[in-house]
Write a protein that binds this ligand. Structure first.
Ligand code: NIG
Ligand code: FE
Length: 414
C-alpha cells in the first residue's frame, strides 16, 4: 500500500452527479481552502477540509507527505477529443489556409486529412508510436492526464488497425489513461473517391467488425460534413458500430449544418463534436437526449471561424465539455490550458464552467466519469498543481502553462 498525504492545498473540484453537469450545474465547483487529499494506492481515500482528512489519516503509516504550500489544485484535465496519433505535421497547409484557401477545399483537392493518410500509411508502426508518444508527453506536461485518441488517418483496414495498435501502446506505455476511438469514417480515401458508398460498405462490413474483434477501441466516430460523409452515410456507420458494441460520438456541423447534432440526439451518442454551425432545434434535442457537446475552440481559432454558441448551449442545458482536437490540420495544439483560456475569454464561459468542461464533463463524454474528472473519494488521485491562486490563472496568464506539477494516481509524472 502506497499512502501519500497532500496538504495545504486550495482544492477546486466539481462533484459528480448522476448525469453530466448542465445548465446551472455546469458552473458548480466546490473549494476546499487549505485542504488536503489522501491517496492510497493511487486512489483518493479522503479529500476536503484538512481536519477531516487528518482524522482519516490519523494512525496510518504514510509513505510520503507533500506540503503544497497553499497552491491551487484542480483535477487532471481530460481531453476528450484528439487526433494526436499522426505521422507528419502539415505546416505548409496551414500557410495555405492563412493565404485564404478554405480547409474543406484543401481536402477536396486531395490534401488535408488525405495527406495525413498518405503519411500514416507510409510510416512504420514504430515511427508512428514514437511521434505520437512525443505529442502525448507534451499533453501530459500541460496537464492532460486522460486522453481520447482517434484513428482515422489509415482509412484501410490494415492502417486503421496499425493506428489503434499504437494508441493502445500509448495507453500501456505512458502514465495517461487513453480512450481509443475508431474513426475509419474520417474521410473518403482517394481509392474510393468515385464511389464513396462502397467505402461505407467496407467500413460496415469489414473494418468495424475487424476492430470489434480485436477489442481495441471503445468508441466509434464519424465526420458528418459536406463532401465527407452525408447524414445518411453517417447514420449507417454509427448504427453498424452500435450493433458491434461500440459507444458512439460524431463530428457534427463543424463547417456546414447537415443535421449531425440531430442525429447525435436520435442515436443518443455520448457526445457530438464541434457544433459550430449546429441549429437551435437540434441543440435542444441534444439537451433532451443528454448528449454532451464537445466544444473545440482551438479549432475555431485555427480555422478563423466564429466560436460555438456555448452560452446558448448552457442556457438550453446541453452539457458542455472542452477538448483540444489536437491534429496536424485544422488545429495543432496539445494545450488544455489554451483551450480553457479560449473558453473563458472567447466563449464567455465562467472559470467554473470551463473547469467542469475540461474535467468532469469531459470524463463523462469518454465514459470515464467513475474514475477521473473530479477529486472525490474512490476516484483516481489525478490532479494538477497550478502556479496561481485559483483556476482563473488558466485564462489570466495567457500563452503560458500555469501547470506546475502533474500527479497521476498519486504519483508525480510531470
Ligand atoms: O476534428 N474534422 C475532422 N477532423 C479533424 C481534422 C483532422 C485533420 O484536418 O487532420 C477535426 O477538425
Ligand atoms: Fe476532430
Amino acid at each position: 500500500m502506497r499512502r501519500v498525504l497532500f496538504y495545504d492545498a486550495n482544492i477546486f473540484t466539481p462533484l459528480m452527479g448522476s448525469a453530466p453537469s448542465s445548465g446551472k450545474k455546469q458552473g458548480e465547483v466546490v473549494v476546499y481552502e487549505r485542504g488536503a487529499l489522501l491517496s492510497e494506492n493511487g486512489f483518493i481515500s479522503a479529500v476536503g477540509a484538512t481536519d477531516d482528512v487528518l482524522k482519516k489519516a490519523g494512525g496510518l503509516e504514510l509513505d510520503l507527505e507533500v506540503d503544497l504550500g497553499g497552491a491551487c489544485v484542480i483535477p487532471g484535465f481530460v481531453d476528450p477529443h484528439t487526433h494526436i496519433c499522426f505521422a507528419e505535421r502539415r505546416e505548409r497547409e496551414f500557410s495555405m489556409r492563412l493565404a485564404g484557401k478554405p480547409y474543406l477545399e484543401i481536402l477536396k483537392a486531395g490534401g488535408g486529412i488525405l495527406s495525413s493518410v498518405d503519411a500514416v500509411r507510409r510510416a512504420t508502426e514504430e515511427d508512428l508510436y514514437e511521434i505520437t508518444l512525443e505529442n502525448v508527453y507534451r499533453a501530459l506536461s500541460l496537464g492532460t492526464t486522460t486522453i481520447e485518441i482517434k484513428s482515422g488517418y489509415g482509412l484501410d483496414t490494415e492502417s486503421e488497425l496499425k493506428m489503434l495498435s499504437v494508441i493502445g501502446r500509448i495507453g500501456r506505455g505512458t502514465p495517461l489513461d487513453v480512450v481509443a476511438t475508431f474513426m475509419g469514417g474520417h474521410a473518403v480515401p482517394r481509392e474510393y473517391k468515385e464511389n464513396p458508398d462502397a467505402f461505407v460498405d467496407l467500413l460496415v462490413k469489414e473494418m468495424i467488425p475487424a476492430v470489434a474483434r480485436q477489442g481495441i477501441a471503445s468508441f466509434c466516430d464519424v465526420f458528418c460534413e459536406e463532401g465527407v460523409f452525408s447524414l445518411e452515410q453517417s447514420r449507417r456507420i454509427l448504427e453498424a458500430a452500435k450493433k458491434a458494441g461500440f459507444k458512439l460520438r460524431i463530428h457534427a456541423d463543424e463547417v456546414n449544418d447537415l443535421g449531425g447534432a440531430g442525429l447525435a440526439a436520435e442515436l443518443k451518442t455520448h457526445s457530438a463534436e464541434h457544433l459550430l454551425a449546429a441549429g437551435i432545434s437540434n441543440l435542444k434535442a441534444m439537451a433532451e437526449a443528454g448528449v454532451i457537446a464537445n466544444i473545440l475552440p482551438a479549432t475555431a481559432y485555427s480555422l478563423k471561424k466564429p466560436y460555438a454558441p456555448v452560452r446558448k448551449m448552457i442556457e438550453l442545458a446541453v452539457p458542455v465539455a472542452l477538448a483540444t482536437d489536437c491534429n496536424p490540420g485544422s488545429c495543432f495544439t496539445e494545450s488544455m490550458p489554451f483551450v480553457f483560456g479560449l473558453g473563458v475569454m472567447n466563449m464567455d464561459m465562467t472559470v467554473e464552467e470551463a473547469l467542469v468542461a475540461t474535467t468532469l464533463n469531459a470524463a463523462w463524454s469518454v465514459g470515464m466519469q467513475e474514475k477521473v474528472g473530479s477529486l472525490e473519494e474512490g476516484k483516481q488521485a489525478d490532479f494538477l498543481v497550478l502556479d496561481g491562486e485559483t483556476p482563473a490563472i488558466l485564462a489570466y496568464h495567457a500563452g503560458v502553462s500555469p501547470v506546475v506539477d502533474v500527479y497521476k494516481k498519486g504519483v508525480l509524472v510531470a
